[in-house]
Design a protein around this ligand. Structure first.
Ligand SMILES: [Zn+2]
Length: 349
């Protein structure tokens, strides 16, 4: 039992505990930060230059995992089940319009301009301790041909090696992420890899992908803290803008993204893994903040992701989406589009 507890603490440590000290203040726009590469630290690590006192101490971490009382402890014991629908890709592909399918957590499959793009693919359990609470909606073998894989950051619930290898073997797609993943991809034999630093653009025919800043961090092992940059991606095609955010805390940069790139037609923002707030707020938005992001970027359609799939933090799995629905007021912009696991959305119908 003790070994399981130690392993769990280690996994959580890798997922959530940064070891660097605090960073500077926002003195320029996030575009300037990106263009001047102010997020590149002199020690080869990346940082959120606007985020003062972002970092939690080791004492904070211990306070969370060992000493703090989870106020949701009893509620988490209740069994929860979410609806899962198996996407019918042959039927979806008959429609000439682009579509997006949410496959749980941060995994979204998009058909845009005839290309298939999948985000942060996690097709199975993360490991034997972090198992799916809601099944992957389709057998991975039945996924349509994937052309591009977008990776938001290196945390294990977003960059899953088993899924990456599966996609590589099956479809040999291009992998797109921020800088800092070269060693990772080459270690598993991937050479079709495109690194997009913040504000970099990449064009696939008439599809444009832009990497944009988020407030997050990265860690996969003891010594690689913040060596893989965290990004969100804007995908534009045929006059429609899709903006997908992997993990992020709330920060003022979303207003600037809204001014420069909005309105966004289809927005994906995480709404789960945010309690306790005193520890999680810096790097994980809660439903209120996710809605604020949607308003900031002037989203027309807001699809909440990162809920109901993996149990990573203190709040019960059912809470994020329930709370989001409660606080959402019937607004025309953004329209809240809550998808089932496996559910689809066609933007311009
Ligand atoms: Zn993360």
């Amino acid at each position: 039992m003790r070994i399981f507890i130690s392993l769990w603490i280690l996994i959580v440590l890798f997922l959530y505990f940064p070891i660097k000290p605090s960073e500077g203040e926002l003195t320029m726009s996030i575009e300037e930060i990106a263009r001047k590469k102010a997020h590149h630290g002199s020690d080869g690590r990346f940082l959120n230059p606007w985020c003062k006192d972002c970092r939690k101490s080791f004492t904070d971490f211990l306070n969370w995992v060992i000493f703090s009382k989870n106020v949701y402890k009893e509620e988490k014991k209740k069994e929860v089940k979410f609806d899962v629908v198996t996407p019918d890709f042959s039927k979806l592909n008959e429609v000439s319009k682009d579509y997006v399918v949410w496959l749980g957590h941060s995994t979204v499959l998009m058909r845009i301009g005839g290309k298939f793009i999948i985000t942060d693919p996690v097709l199975w359990d993360i490991n034997f301790l972090l198992k799916r609470k809601t099944p992957f909606p389709i057998e991975p073998e039945k996924l349509p041909h994937v052309d591009y894989v977008l990776i938001s950051h290196g945390h294990y619930d977003h960059l899953d090696t088993k899924s990456i290898k599966f996609l590589k073997e099956r479809f040999n797609p291009y992998f797109i992420s921020g800088p800092g993943y070269e060693d990772y991809f080459s270690s598993i034999g991937i050479s079709k890899y495109i690194a997009l630093d913040w504000w970099d653009e990449y064009k696939i025919g008439d599809i444009k992908i832009t990497s944009l800043p988020v407030q997050h961090w990265s860690k996969r092992s003891l010594f690689d803290t913040d060596k893989m940059l965290w990004c969100s991606f804007l995908i534009e095609h045929g006059g429609i803008k899709y903006y997908w955010v992997g993990d992020s805390g709330y920060y003022e940069g979303y207003k600037e993204i809204g001014e420069k790139f909005g309105p966004i037609d289809v927005l994906f923002v995480p709404v789960g893994a945010y309690e306790p707030r005193w520890f999680m707020k810096t790097y994980h938005v809660n439903p209120e903040e996710a809605l604020q992001v949607a308003r900031d970027v002037r989203a027309k359609n807001f699809i909440p992701i990162h809920w109901g799939t993996f149990d990573l933090t203190d709040e019960p799995l059912w809470l994020p989406i329930k709370h989001l629905k409660e606080i959402y007021r019937d607004e025309s912009n953004p329209k809240l589009r809550v998808l089932e696991h496996g559910g689809y959305f066609i933007p311009n119908l």
